[in-house]
Design a protein. Structure first.
Lengths: 421, 499
C-alpha cells in the first residue's frame, strides 16, 4: 500500500522554460518563418497566433546511427504465404521496416510545426524594428457619453419602472401599515368570541361595539392599497463619459509605376505597425484603403497591396476621396480617424499646393493623427515641402523618411512621439 | 465465481477508490510474489502528462531546448488529435513514482496501478540490468543535483555555453555506457567519488578565491604509442576524463549526461521484457480480481478492450505496421512461459525442457531477474510463439536485387528466427559500434574514432553533424575511420574544430 498524491494543483507549465529555450535557440529559423508569414497575412489578422513551420532538419539532434545499405536481416510478424527462399521485390522506400525507422531518426523532410502565441509572434515581428512598448502610449480619444445603470431612483419614466423593487416596497409598506390593524383585529375577534361564549344569545352593547370595530378594522385593512405611487422605483441611469472605441484608419498609398514591390512592403509594414498600435487602444477599427495614381480609388486590402499600376501621380485625388469618405461614413464626432500615407514622394508638380490646401483646411481638423512617410526617396520634391508647412501648423501631423525596413520602427516612434503623454 | 463484492461499479474514480484498488491489487501482487519498491501514486492532468513526456519521463530534468521541442511536438499532436497520451508514466525510483492521468476512468486507473505500480515496479527492483546499472534510491536526488548544477553553470557561464556543451553531450548520449562490461562496484565506489566532486562543487560555490584560479587541465605527456591502449567504447567517459580543453564544469556536465544515459541504458535493453512483464501482471491481476468477484462485468470488458488494443500486433503488410510491438511480443512470451509451465506439450518438453512443467511463478520470476530482451528471446521464444505470430525473417542485402525470405515459422526456421529476432534486440547490433581508437598525443592532439562495421552497414550521414559535436568537446580535430569486417580501413571522415 503506497502513497497517493494529488499533483493536479501543482504547476502545469513545467515545460515553459524549455519552450522558451527552444524559441530562443531557433530564433533565426522562426524569424524567417514569421517574415514569410507576414507577407501572406492581411493587416487585420497579423497578430493572431501563428502556426510556424520550420524545416525539421534544422532542429534535428544528430546521433550516430546506421544509414541505408549493407545487409540486414529482420523478423516480421504475420506471414501468410511466404516460404523460405522466396524472393520479394524490394518495396519502395527501403522496405516495410524502414518506415518506422525513418521517422524515429528525424530524417523526414516534414516541417516541424508549432504554434507561437500572439505575444511571441509580435515579438518576432517587431524584432528587426526594435522593441516597441506600445501599451504605454496614450492616444487622444473622442469622448462619447454612454448611459450606465446606477442604482434606483424614486422618479422616472414608466419604461424604467423596476417591478421587483417596486413590489418589494409595496409589500413592505402593506405589512407596515396593516400590522397594527391586524393585531387589533385579532384581539377584537378573540374578545368577541369570549363575550359570545359568556353571554350566548344576548346582544349586549359590548358585543355590538366589538362587531362594529371588527367591521371597521377589516375595512381599513382592505383599504390599504396594493401598490402606491409611493412604492414605485425606477432604474436609474446616469451618463458616463466613454472614450469612443471606434477608430478608422485610412491607408493611402501611391501605386504609380515608381512604387515597386520593395517600397510597397515597407509601406505595408508601416501600415501594420499603425494598425497594431491602434488595436491597443480601440476595440473596433475600420480600415479604408485608398490607392491612387492620377485618380484615387477605394479598394480592398488585397488589391491595395498587390495590384500595380503605372502612370503619373496626383496625390490630391486620394486626399479628396478620403475627405469624401469621412464626410459620408465616418463622422468625426463618433470616430477616431487616423490616416497614414505612404508615397515615394513623386507628385505632379502643380498638384502639391492643392494637397496642402485639402489636407490643411479639410482633413486635418477632422483627424486624430495623420502620418506621412516617404519611402526610399532620393530627393524631396515639392509635396514634401508643402507638407512641411502643414507640420508647422498642426501638432497631429507627422512626416518622415524611411530608407530601409529597419527604419520603420524608429520612424514610427518618432512620428508618435508628440502623442506620448 | 465467489460472492460479489464489487469495489466499484461506476467508471468515475475517487481517491478513496484508488486507494482501495491499490490495496486489493497490492494484496494480489504479494500473493503472486511480486517484490516491489514502495509505491507513490500521483494523479496528474493531461498538461502535466505532456510535461512529463517531454522530459523523457524524468520527474525533474535540467532545462534544455530539446525538451521544449519535444513538448511542443507532443502538445501540437495531442491538440490536433493525432495521438493520445500514454495512460501512465512510471519512474524507476525508490519509492517508485507512477503517474495516473485524471482523465482516465476507474478501470484504467486500476489497470495502470497493476501495470506500473506493481508490474514495472517489480521489474525495476529485480531485473539484473536495473540492479547493476541504476540506483533507484539516488536517482531523484541526482536529478535534482544535476538540475541545480546546470542552472548554476548557466548563471556563471551563460545559457549559451551550457547549451552548446549539452547539445554535444546529447549527440553522444548513446555512447556514454560501457556496453560490454558491467559497471564495477557502482554503488560504493561511484558514490564516494560522486561525493568528493560534490564537495568540490560546493567549495567552489563558497570560496570566491577558487573561482579565479585558472582551471586549465595540465597536459601530461606520455610515451605511449596508442592512447588509449585499448579502444574504448564509452566516448563520454573518455572525453570527460581526457579532453584537454574542457573546463571542470563542462566535465561535470559530460558526467551528468553520462550518468543519465546510464540510468536509461537498462530501459533500452529491456523494453520487450519490461512491458511484457507489466502487461502480463496487469492482465493476470485484474482477471484474478474479476474471478474473486471484486470487479464487475463492465469493468472487465472495458479492461479487456483496452488491453487487447495495447497488445495488438498488426501484420507486416498492414498500413499500421511499424515493427514488432514490444507489448505484444513481451506479453505473449510471458503468457507462453506460463502455458509451458502449466500445460507443456511434447514440443515444449523438447525445446524448453528446463521449464516445461515447472512452477510458473518461479520460472517467470527467474526470467524477469536474469535476462534482457536479447537473451530472453534467445532463451524462451518457443516454436508455438513463432507459429502464433507467424514470424518470418527477411534478408535485405543491397548487393542483391531482391529481398529474400530466409526463414519462416516451420521446423527448419524456428532456430534461425529465434536467433535473428534476438539479434534484433541486441543493442550492439542496433547501434553502430564506434570506439575511441587513438589520440595523437605528440602531434596535433587529434582524436581518432573507429566505426567497426557489421554487415557492411554504412553510417548515416548525420555522423558529420555528430563529429562536429565531438570535436567541440574534444577541442581538436576528430577523425572517424570506418573499419570493415576484414579489418580494412574503408573510409575516413575528418572534422576540424571550429574556432
Amino acid at each position: 500500500m503506497g502513497q497517493l498524491i494529488d499533483r493536479r494543483l501543482n504547476g502545469k507549465n513545467k515545460s515553459a522554460v524549455n519552450r522558451q529555450r527552444f524559441i530562443r535557440r531557433f530564433k533565426q529559423q522562426i524569424k524567417k518563418a514569421v517574415t514569410e508569414s507576414i507577407s501572406e497575412r492581411s493587416i487585420i489578422d497579423i497578430d493572431s497566433s501563428e502556426h510556424i513551420n520550420i524545416p525539421a532538419r534544422d532542429i534535428s539532434e544528430p546521433v550516430f546511427h546506421h544509414g541505408q545499405g549493407g545487409s540486414d536481416e529482420t523478423v516480421h510478424p504475420g506471414n501468410s504465404d511466404f516460404v523460405s527462399g522466396d524472393k520479394i521485390k524490394r518495396p519502395p522506400g527501403g522496405g516495410a521496416d524502414a518506415g518506422g525507422q525513418a521517422s524515429n531518426e528525424g530524417e523526414g523532410t516534414d516541417d516541424f510545426t508549432f504554434e507561437l502565441s500572439r505575444e511571441e509572434f509580435l515579438e518576432f515581428f517587431f524584432e528587426d524594428l526594435a522593441l516597441p512598448d506600445l501599451t504605454k502610449t496614450q492616444l487622444a480619444r473622442i469622448v462619447e457619453h454612454k448611459p450606465v445603470r446606477a442604482g434606483f431612483s424614486n422618479d422616472g419614466i414608466p419604461t424604467n419602472i423596476n417591478v421587483i423593487r417596486s413590489l418589494k416596497g409595496a409589500l413592505g409598506r402593506r405589512l407596515a401599515l396593516g400590522g397594527p390593524l391586524r393585531k387589533r383585529l385579532r384581539e377584537a375577534e378573540l374578545e368577541f368570541e369570549a363575550l359570545q361564549r359568556d353571554h350566548a344569545g344576548s346582544h349586549s352593547d359590548a358585543i355590538i361595539a366589538l362587531e362594529e370595530e371588527i367591521e371597521l378594522l377589516k375595512k381599513r385593512i382592505k383599504n390599504i392599497p396594493f401598490i402606491d405611487t409611493f412604492d414605485l422605483r425606477y432604474n436609474n441611469h446616469i451618463k458616463q463619459p466613454m472614450p469612443s472605441t471606434r477608430a478608422v484608419m485610412f491607408c493611402l498609398m501611391d501605386v504609380s509605376g515608381s512604387m515597386d514591390q520593395a517600397r510597397k512592403d515597407i509601406a505595408k509594414r508601416f501600415f501594420i505597425l499603425l494598425y497594431l498600435f491602434l488595436t491597443k487602444t480601440y476595440a473596433q477599427i475600420d480600415l479604408v484603403f485608398i490607392r491612387h495614381h492620377t485618380v484615387a480609388k477605394e479598394v480592398d486590402e488585397d488589391e491595395f497591396f498587390h495590384s500595380r499600376e503605372t502612370g503619373g501621380t496626383v496625390v490630391s485625388s486620394a486626399l479628396e476621396l478620403m475627405y469624401n469618405i469621412i464626410k459620408e461614413r465616418y463622422p468625426s464626432n463618433e470616430w477616431n480617424i487616423y490616416a497614414a500615407q505612404a508615397s515615394d514622394g513623386d507628385n505632379w508638380h502643380d498638384d502639391s499646393p492643392i494637397c496642402r490646401s485639402i489636407l490643411g483646411e479639410n482633413i486635418m481638423p477632422l483627424v486624430q493623427y495623420f502620418a506621412y512617410v516617404e519611402i526610399m526617396t532620393d530627393r524631396h520634391q515639392r509635396l514634401w515641402h508643402e507638407y512641411e508647412t502643414i507640420k508647422d501648423t498642426y501638432d497631429n501631423f507627422a512626416m518622415q523618411d524611411i530608407a530601409t525596413a529597419g527604419d520603420i520602427y524608429p520612424v514610427f516612434r518618432k512620428l508618435f512621439k508628440k502623442q506620448l503623454a | 465465481m465467489s460472492k460479489k463484492n464489487y469495489i466499484s461499479t461506476s467508471s468515475e474514480w475517487t481517491f478513496d477508490l484508488i486507494s482501495r484498488y491499490d490495496a486489493e491489487i497490492g494484496k494480489l501482487a504479494e500473493e503472486y510474489g511480486l517484490d516491489t519498491y514502495p509505491n507513490q501514486i500521483e494523479v496528474i492532468t493531461a498538461e502535466q502528462m505532456m510535461d512529463a513526456y517531454s522530459s523523457v519521463g524524468m520527474p525533474l530534468g535540467y532545462h534544455h531546448w530539446s525538451f521544449g521541442k519535444q513538448f511542443m511536438n507532443t502538445e501540437q499532436r495531442y491538440r490536433r488529435g493525432q495521438m493520445g497520451l500514454a495512460y501512465e508514466i512510471v519512474i524507476n525510483s525508490n519509492p517508485c513514482i507512477s503517474y495516473l492521468m485524471e482523465e482516465n476512468t476507474m478501470t484504467m486507473q486500476a489497470l495502470v496501478i497493476a501495470h506500473a505500480a506493481y508490474g514495472h515496479n517489480s521489474f525495476f527492483k529485480n531485473n539484473y540490468l536495473f540492479k547493476s546499472w541504476t540506483n533507484a534510491d539516488a536517482i531523484i536526488d541526482y536529478l535534482l543535483f544535476a538540475r541545480n548544477f546546470i542552472s548554476e553553470c548557466e548563471n556563471r557561464h551563460g545559457e549559451e555555453a551550457v547549451e552548446l556543451t549539452l547539445d554535444s553531450c546529447h549527440a553522444l548520449m548513446n555512447y556514454g555506457v560501457d556496453r560490454y562490461h558491467r559497471p564495477s562496484k557502482l554503488s560504493a565506489f561511484e558514490e564516494r567519488e560522486r561525493q568528493i566532486e560534490r564537495e568540490e562543487y560546493m567549495q567552489s560555490q563558497i570560496n570566491d578565491l577558487w573561482r579565479t584560479i585558472p582551471t586549465k587541465e595540465e597536459k601530461r605527456e606520455t610515451k605511449k604509442q596508442n592512447f588509449p591502449s585499448e579502444p574504448q567504447e564509452n566516448l563520454l567517459y573518455f572525453i570527460e576524463k581526457n579532453a584537454p580543453l574542457l573546463e571542470p564544469w563542462q566535465r561535470e556536465i559530460v558526467r551528468i549526461v553520462r550518468k543519465i544515459a546510464q540510468y536509461f541504458y537498462p530501459q533500452r535493453q529491456t523494453q520487450v521484457m519490461n512491458e511484457g512483464w507489466a502487461t502480463f501482471w496487469h492482465y493476470t491481476i485484474l482477471n484474478t480480481l474479476y474471478d474473486r468477484g471484486l470487479v464487475n462485468d463492465g469493468f472487465i470488458m472495458e479492461f479487456l478492450q483496452s488491453h487487447t488494443s495495447v497488445v495488438f500486433q498488426p501484420p507486416f503488410d498492414s498500413p499500421y505496421y511499424s515493427g514488432i510491438n514490444p507489448y505484444a511480443l513481451g506479453f505473449s512470451m510471458m503468457s507462453d512461459i506460463r502455458r509451458i509451465c502449466e500445460n507443456p506439450t511434447e514440443e515444449d518438453r523438447h525445446w524448453l525442457p528446463d521449464i516445461a512443467g515447472s512452477d510458473w511463478i518461479q520460472t517467470l520470476d527467474f526470467a524477469m531477474r536474469h535476462f534482457k530482451d536479447e537473451s530472453f528471446i534467445q532463451q524462451y521464444l518457443s516454436p508455438k510463439m513463432i507459429r502464433d505470430m507467424k514470424l518470418f525473417s527477411v534478408l535485405d542485402d543491397d548487393k542483391k536485387l531482391k529481398l529474400e525470405v530466409t526463414a519462416i515459422h516451420n521446423e527448419e526456421g524456428y532456430k534461425a528466427i529465434r536467433k535473428t529476432l534476438a539479434d534484433q534486440y541486441n543493442l550492439s547490433k542496433r547501434e553502430p559500434n564506434i570506439q575511441v581508437y587513438n589520440v595523437d598525443r605528440h602531434g596535433d592532439r587529434s582524436l581518432t574514432l573507429r566505426y567497426y562495421q557489421q554487415n557492411r552497414k554504412p553510417l548515416h550521414k548525420s555522423m558529420h553533424e555528430v563529429l562536429k559535436h565531438v570535436s567541440r568537446l574534444w577541442g581538436f580535430t576528430v577523425r572517424l575511420e570506418t573499419i570493415d569486417e576484414k579489418d580494412q580501413l574503408e573510409a575516413t571522415h575528418e572534422c576540424a574544430v571550429e574556432r
